[in-house]
Design a protein around this ligand. Structure first.
Ligand code: ADP
Ligand code: MG
Length: 295
């Protein structure tokens, strides 16, 4: 069966939920048995690094784009069926990268995985536009806020120029008392409404826990909405969250090991044991806090 494999998760405005959407769509599909890669294509403002325990000299997408490493070296296992390719965070290293290399990265991942999600940067720079044309389908993310919706128009135009195909729009952080209907927002943008993700405080908590929302709070409103979106978007039978919170979903926490065997020194000791997961979470939480301080 052929299906769309590579999705670009994009937005005009930043901070609207792209990374949250990337991580949770990927996790929902991986839990359903699909092989998934999520890629931090937001080269300037890397977020996915928070879900992977990286030491400062770990190999990242930066090294791949600079021609210094292979994609496999920058691929970290998050769970049985899921890997992440994080970007670096150093401005100096960023200056060395060439977004053009993303072409080969995407081609390579396409051949290895059932689904590839590119977490694309906001704005209109070359590194933002390029992935829009590399993906089979572009999923736009916006909150219902007028400013975010307005900026979505620009990304629609950029997708067109990049030769990309729009799948539609996901509205995030929606509230029941919002005065504009979500269908109206999508209609005005002439896009299919792929789904809505309600405002849910556990979204932020899950980031600090270094655990995808669909695992952290599987029955919460946003997690359920992400599962539905994953199913609607791909046609995969994503199923419902397990009752006891154990089972496969329990294995989908933060990164335990890197495929290349290169783990953060603090995590390496416990990485191979189930008990090490708590330690890994602590470590990832601090990594996120550091990343936020840096950013
Ligand atoms: P982007 O990648 O577009 O910059 P993020 O996914 O990082 O956006 O989300 C931005 C912020 O909004 C984060 O703090 C995240 O936890 C929060 N957030 C995302 N989705 C939701 C939601 N459905 N409910 C509440 N907060 C959310
Ligand atoms: Mg992001």
């Amino acid at each position: 069966m052929s299906h769309e494999t590579v999705y670009a998760i994009a937005s005009g405005k930043g901070g609207v939920g792209k990374t949250t959407t990337t991580v949770n769509l990927g996790t929902a599909l991986a839990e359903a048995g699909e092989r998934v890669a999520i890629v931090d294509a937001d080269l300037g403002m890397a977020n996915l690094a928070g879900f992977v325990s990286l030491s400062p000299d770990s190999t990242t997408l930066y090294d791949v784009l600079a021609g210094d490493a292979s994609i496999d070296d920058a691929t970290y296992r998050l769970a049985d069926n899921m890997v992440a390719v994080p970007s670096g965070t150093s401005l100096d290293d960023y200056a060395e990268t060439s977004p053009e290399g993303l072409r080969e990265v995407v081609a390579d991942l396409r051949s290895q995985f059932d689904y590839v999600f590119l977490d694309v940067g906001a704005g209109i720079s070359h590194e933002t536009v390029l992935p829009l044309g590399l993906a089979d389908a572009v999923v736009l993310v916006s909150t219902p806020e007028p400013a975010a919706v307005h900026d979505t128009r620009k990304t629609i135009e950029l997708t067109d120029r990049a030769g990309g195909d729009l799948a539609g729009i996901v509205l995030t952080r929606t509230r029941p008392d919002g005065d504009v209907s979500h269908e109206d927002i999508a209609d005005r943008l002439e896009l299919p409404l792929l789904g809505t993700i309600p405002e849910d405080p556990t979204a932020r908590e899950s980031v600090y826990a270094g655990t995808p929302l669909v695992v952290f709070e599987p029955r919460g409103p946003a997690a359920l909405a992400y599962r539905r979106l994953a199913a609607d978007l791909t046609g995969v039978d994503v199923g419902s969250p397990t009752d006891d919170g154990n089972g496969t979903s329990d294995e989908l926490g933060a990164a335990d090991t890197a495929t290349n065997g290169e783990t953060d020194a603090d995590v390496a000791d416990d990485a191979d044991t189930a008990d090490g997961r708590e330690a890994a979470h602590d470590d990832v939480s601090s990594a996120i806090t550091e990343a936020e301080t840096d950013g």
